[in-house]
Design a protein around this ligand. Sequence first.
Ligand code: EPZ
Length: 424
Amino acid sequence: MDKFVIAGNGPLRGVIDASGAKNAALPILCAALLSDEPLHVTNVPQLWDVNTTRKLLLQMGCAVDEPAAHEMVIDARPITTCVAPYELVRTMRASILVLGPLVAARGEAHVSLPGGCAIGARPVDLHLMGLEAMGAEITLEGGFVHAKAPKGGRLKGARIVFDTVTVTGTENLMMAATLADGETVLENAAREPEVVDLARCLRAMGARIEGDGTTTIRVQGVAKLHAAKHSVLPDRIETGSYLVAGAATRGCVRVNRTDPTMLDAVLVKLQQAGGKISTGPDFIEVDMQGKRPLAVNIHTMPHPGFPTDMQAQMMALNCLADGVGVIKETIFENRFMHAQELQRLGADIRIEGNTAVITGKDRLQSAPIMATDLRASASLVIAALAAEGETFIDRIYHMDRGYEDIEGKFSALGAKIKRVNKLI
Ligand code: EPZ
C-alpha cells in the first residue's frame, strides 16, 4: 500500500493549477446515460474515483473513449445492462449517481446499496423518496436498490421537498427529471457549484432546467437529450486544500485555473486567520507574509456556507494556529477521524460530540500516521508539512481518490514529499 514520506520544510511558496472538480465530474459522466448520443467531457481530473466511474460505465456496455488527457467521450447507446455491482459501488458511494439516469432513460436500474463509509451512515433514502414520487417502483433486495419506471417506461414530473439538503440526491433527481413527463420541482435543493455545473451540462444536452444554484430547481421534461461537449468546472475543494496548506506553513500559495467565487466562505476564514488574499477572474493567492496563522471558528453548512469537505483541512491549520479554534461539523456524524491522527503529531484537540476545540501549537512533531478518508488525508499532509522531522502517512489511496498529482503539486510549492510503496 502506498504511503507518503513528508519532511517539514518551512513555508510553501509557489503557483499551481487547479484540476477539474471531482464532485462535478462524477455526476456529469453519469449524465451520459441519459442520452443515445455521445457526451464529450473535458477538464476531467485524473483520479481514482473517475477511473471507478469509467469502469462502471464500461461494464454497463457504454463506449468510453479518451481522445486526450483529461478528456472522455461516453456513448451509452450500446448499453447492455442497468446494473451497478457491489464490488464497484463499495469503493465509491457516488456510483449511486447512475440510479436516476438509468431509471429515466432505460426504465430500470439495479444499483448496489453503497453502505456507510468512514464519515457516516450516508443513507440514500431521499434519492429513493424522490424517484418514488416520480412514479418509480423501488424495492430493496439482496443489498441492491431495484428501481423500475412506471408502465410505458417514463417517469412523471413531481414536486419533491428534501427534508435534508443532499448534493447527490439533488443531482440524481435533477437528472431523472430531464426525461420525465411534465414539470419536476426540487425544493430545499443543494446549491453547490457542482450541482450548477451538472445543470449546465444537462442544458447543453437539451434539458430544460432553471433555478440551479438556488434552493428551488424546476425541470421541464423533454422527449430526449442529444450530444454535447462540456468542460468540468475547477475543483474548489482541491483549491482550498492547497491554500490552507500555504496558510498553515506561513507561506504564499497561488492557485490558477480556479474560480474565487466558489470559495467565499473559505476565503473569509483564511482572511480571519491572517492571510492576505488576492483574487482575479481565475486565480486566488493567500500570502501569510511569514506570519503564524490565527485560530478560526468553523461551522460547516450546505453551500454557500462553510463546506464540510474543507473542515479537516482547517482543523490542521488550527492545530498550528495562535489561539483556540472551535469547529462544529453539522453535515456528517463522524467526520473527525483525522483528529486522533493529528493528536499523534502532538496536536491539542478536544472532541465533544460534533464539536472540536483546538488549542494551537507553534510546532507539531512528526510521527507515523494513517489516512482514514479522502479529506482527512489532505488534513494529515498539511499538518505533516508544518511538522518538525519526517512524517510517514499510510493508506494514502484515500487521497488518490480526490487529488490529482499530489506529489507534483506539493513539490511545485517547495514541499519535500515522496511516495513509497509499503510491501505489505
Ligand atoms: C456529496 O456527498 C459530496 N460527494 C461529498 O464530498 C460532500 O461531503 C457532501 O456532498 C456534502 O457536501 C459527491 O458530490 C460525490 P449529501 P453526498 O447527500 O451527496 C444526509 C468528498 O470529500 N442524507 O449532501 O453523499 C447525509 O447522511 C465527498 O469529496 C440523508 O439523510 O452528501 C448527510 O448527513 C465526501 N439521506 C447529509 O444528508 C439521503 O438520501 C448531506 O449528505 C442523502 C443524504
